[in-house]
Design a protein around this ligand. Sequence first.
Ligand code: PAN
Ligand code: ZN
Length: 194
Amino acid sequence: MSDFITPPVPPMTIHFDAQAGTLTPEGPVLERRMSDLEGLFADKGAWDEAVANGNPVVYSVVSTPVPEVDRELPQSITTIEPGTTAGEFWMTKGHQHPNHQGEIYLGISGQGGLLMFDGENTSWVDMAPGVIGYIPPGWAHRSVNVGSEPYKFLAVYPGGAGHDYGWVLENGMGQRVYSSDAGHEFAPFFAAQA
Ligand code: PAN
Ligand code: ZN
């Protein structure tokens, strides 16, 4: 094992409770409020208003103790609360893995979607409990809650993948996802407007 820059963590048991949507033992927990999603929703006025009116938690990410270190395989559960901002469904910031590495998402509960963008083409996977969405290397990804309950999914990704959020701010995600009579509908991406 002498060629490891960071010594690997020891083998461990992680309990995955799909009903409760928990991982035990737990590692770092991250909370993203509306104010953390600056420049992402199309309607900046509506975003400003939501920040001023309680600045709600839009999503949280609970990890295990497996670190984000090259050659480890960290996991986390993301919970996106139900809601819309000027009709646009609540979503994660979205990112590109700068080292272009793949990832899998497993739907746990609620109704969501996995939006992917390679800079030219978009792709969408309807996420429901039991569905695995595969993110190939080079595809930026964002998750969207298109239902009325919290949407939860498990993510498993290479520890050295990195998270480039600037790429999405610069390039967008190809499409936006809005609430509609049929559930959800797509609109071509345009940058945030005041
Ligand atoms: C996921 C995401 C998580 C939160 O674990 O990091 O859903 O989304 P943002 O990172 O875009 O805020 C993942 O894709 N990890 O690589
Ligand atoms: Zn990722």
